[in-house]
Design a protein around this ligand. Sequence first.
Ligand SMILES: O=P(O)(O)OC[C@H]1O[C@H](O[C@H]2O[C@H](CO)[C@@H](O)[C@H](O)[C@H]2O)[C@H](O)[C@@H](O)[C@@H]1O
Length: 387
Amino acid sequence: MTNQDVVVPDMGIAAAAALPAAPGRALFACRGAAVSSLRGAYGGLGLPGGAATDAGEFLAAAGGRGGAPAPAAANAPPGRTCTSRVVEAIRASSPTRCPAAVDEYDAWTRRHPSALGSFDQIAAAAMGKRIVMFMDYDGTLSPIVTDPDMAFMTPEMRAAVRNVAKHFPTAIVTGRCIEKVCGFVGLPELYYAGSHGMDIKGPSSKEDKTVLLQPAREFLPVINKAYRALEERTKDTPGARVENNKFCLSVHFRCVDEKSWSSLADKVKAVLRDFPELKLTEGRKVLEIRPSIMWDKGKAVEFLLKSLGFDDSTNVLPVYIGDDRTDEDAFKALRERGQGIGILVSKCPRETDASYSLQDPTEVMEFLVRLGQWKLLRSPSPARPRV
Ligand SMILES: O=P(O)(O)OC[C@H]1O[C@H](O[C@H]2O[C@H](CO)[C@@H](O)[C@H](O)[C@H]2O)[C@H](O)[C@@H](O)[C@@H]1O
């Protein structure tokens, strides 16, 4: 986001982060039909009271925190254990080839049409409105690769993002830690919401960006302790890797033999039993560990929109592009807001709250280029918008 004065609202950070330690037990339950009260009022940070927090996630339901956790067996789908379900979810979130039949895919794209094919419709919706761009990183701006340290975006993609940011407030919303993703993106003029929105920083010409919000700051010691425990516990699983994303952790399955996925998931669960203040979610061949606070990418989007002064605005059009399960929180936030456009990056049909789809980062880049051209054509010449 450029040219914007951001006001940081009082979010009650300390109150959100200062959680009482659970009385010594953490249960892991597969999600049943229960959906938590996560969709609370904006800024209402708190603990998920013994219910799941987002689509298909594992949950760490700590006793004594506003609701008794459901017994795992009661919530598990019949005939499947929690571990087998989580392994299936990890596999499904990053299929090596799309298992859908052609007609199934066609039916899905009728419900979630290509954002490129529907560009004129999107442009019409943007008429007279201020577009605000939100983009996920991995799988959206950069292709998925086996080594998380090598997930570079192309110079062409960087140019497309830079150009979009000249015209519209622009933020990267990612599970990565800010430092890592800033290094990949290399555009200091953007806003960044790292660690699944738990670390929000503003544009800065300096190395040290302005912190706008860190709702999980007080979890840092426990995250670091869990990181060390996970490294220790998973070190004998060939290919397993634990990534420290500052306010959350990722255990990577991508380079692990699929036969070992269940035992790796069990190891992660075993470690997490000692950390009832943390919870597990699933991503693309990854398990993500994060503080059990009601904060996600959707809340980060709401925060940034509010900070930019668009909270009650009718003339704003937030556009969110993402590929992962965690991006669904942002799609849902826009849906609930009744404002904005969610674009899912996927080659396969998937249950989603996004309205439109793009197949891969190459199509994302085409969309961004098109958006930049459209804006330029509509800008009164020669006074074009600049950073
Ligand atoms: O919110 P995101 O920006 O999508 O971050 C989610 C995770 O992305 C990264 O992992 C994913 O991309 C890797 C590189 O392409 C890939 O190797 C891995 O299998 C994917 O899950 C990142 O490494 C994780 O820490 C993030 O949580």
